[in-house]
Design a protein around this ligand. Structure first.
Ligand SMILES: [Zn+2]
Length: 432
């Protein structure tokens, strides 16, 4: 499994100048290569589809030596880094084509990079040296100034595996980072017969139930509620200033900073909870409802065009979107894989609406925290969904000795006031 760690570095002024020079060469190369592709396309676009070969990555890579002999300043950059720049252009095009073919007509082709854009320097497999004991990393280059690109890392994660790639870049706030991507040896997954079904939500981030019928519920932390009014105040002050004046920029920076803190707090909490979920259980398999990721992506794009005002009003809606929960599932998945566990996604349609005792399906309001069913059941909404996910998963399983479903129903009966679930017994007798 590939894992990436992002570590801050502090280059000196001289080093920064070298980095910018190297980045500039990569940026120009990216733009030239892109221009070549665009120009090539305009010459062949009117031909029939089978007679228009596109420029490939290897054609552009093979042209690099000629470019270097004509313009020697391109030899400043380590050769693999230049190649990786072309690779990224190729990857940008491929992802654009793939999205277009899937029918996503909002996809746009790669664009030219502007002059203040720092092009990430990708050292793929070679060109860097990492001294683990001294926590020092060294990058190769041939800049005429001869300044060494050597940085001390403030911390280094345990790297038990071989390093595939090191990237050097500057983010939007002019902070410098290296990311170390390495292949991690993972423990092999074994199905140990213990499962945990998880229902995700906004009020309770996690509601889990195991085969013994025991529940675990973790309430979501809501930093967005704390920041909502503060953000609105700053925004209102900003909007009373002349646009792009010094005062306006002051409030804008303040607003961005607060937004950043909010997103950091949300992400931090998700990291912590997913870590706890993975380590604090003996279950090797987690069952999660499949979220509709695509739907949420479209929603996000539409909201970008709306006024800022609306964006702020829909702040807590961002929590209710599946993107927020989708990220949590991502965290859970990779943390589980690291220790040889597995996350299985199943279709979660109707798991909230179905009463887990009698099996009747009814639409429910989001405010209905306790479901009140006609059969007389009163049960926590999220726990009900978790039980339904578990039951659905176990019903899909081929029958094995030990009968996990029977165990689960007994355990559930013991730990909750619920009666046995008659509808589950019915659906077991008539397998579909
Ligand atoms: Zn019912």
């Amino acid at each position: 499994m590939l894992l990436t760690h992002k570590i801050p570095i502090t280059p000196t002024a001289e080093q920064e100048k070298v980095l910018w020079d190297l980045s500039e060469k990569c940026r120009l190369l990216y733009n030239f290569a892109l221009a070549e592709r665009v120009h090539h396309w305009t010459t062949i676009r009117n031909k029939p589809a089978n007679q228009r070969p596109l420029i490939t990555y290897f054609q552009q890579q093979n042209a690099l030596p000629a470019l270097k002999s004509k313009y020697p300043e391109y030899t400043w950059v380590y050769s693999k880094v230049l190649q990786m720049t072309l690779r990224y252009l190729d990857a940008d095009y491929k992802s654009f084509f793939a999205r277009w073919r899937r029918g996503d007509f909002q996809a746009r082709p790669p664009r030219f990079k502007g002059k203040n854009y720092f092009t990430t320097l990708c050292y793929n497999q070679s060109g860097f040296a990492l001294d683990v004991d001294q926590r020092q990393i060294h990058f190769s280059h041939r800049h005429p100034s001869g300044v060494k690109l050597e940085f001390t890392l403030p911390w280094l994660p345990p790297l038990n595996g071989c390093i595939k790639q090191v990237d050097l870049f500057q983010d939007r706030k002019q902070r410098w980072f290296v990311t170390i991507r390495f292949e991690m040896r993972i423990t092999k997954y074994v199905d140990n017969g213990r499962y945990q079904a998880i229902d995700l939500g906004v009020i309770n981030l996690v509601t889990a139930v195991n085969l013994q019928g025991r529940f675990l519920q973790i309430r979501n932390r809501r930093p967005d509620l704390y920041w909502k009014d503060k953000l609105r105040q700053v925004q209102s002050k900003r909007d009373h200033c002349k646009k792009f004046s010094n005062k306006w920029h002051f409030y804008q920076r303040k607003w961005m900073k607060m937004r950043q803190r909010l997103t950091n707090q949300l992400r931090d909490f998700q990291h912590k909870v997913s870590k706890v979920m993975v380590t604090n259980t003996r279950a090797n398999t987690f069952i999660v409802g499949n979220l509709m990721v695509k739907k949420m992506a479209q929603k996000k794009r539409a909201s970008r065009n709306r006024r800022q005002d609306t964006a702020n009003r829909t702040l807590n809606h961002s929590l209710q979107s599946t993107g927020f929960l989708g990220r949590f599932v991502q965290f859970l998945t990779y943390k589980a894989r690291k220790v040889g566990k597995r996350v299985i996604r199943i279709d979660e349609a109707q798991t909230t609406m179905r009463c887990c005792v009698c099996g009747s399906v009814r639409g429910r309001w989001l405010s209905e925290r306790f479901i009140q069913c006609d059969c007389g059941t009163s049960f926590d909404r999220d726990q009900n969904a978790a039980v339904n996910i578990m039951v659905r998963f176990l019903l899909q399983q081929p029958p094995v000795n030990g009968e996990p479903l029977q165990d689960f129903l007994h355990g559930l009966h013991r730990h909750t006031a619920l009666p046995h679930l008659p509808w589950v017994a019915d659906s077991m007798e008539t397998p579909t």
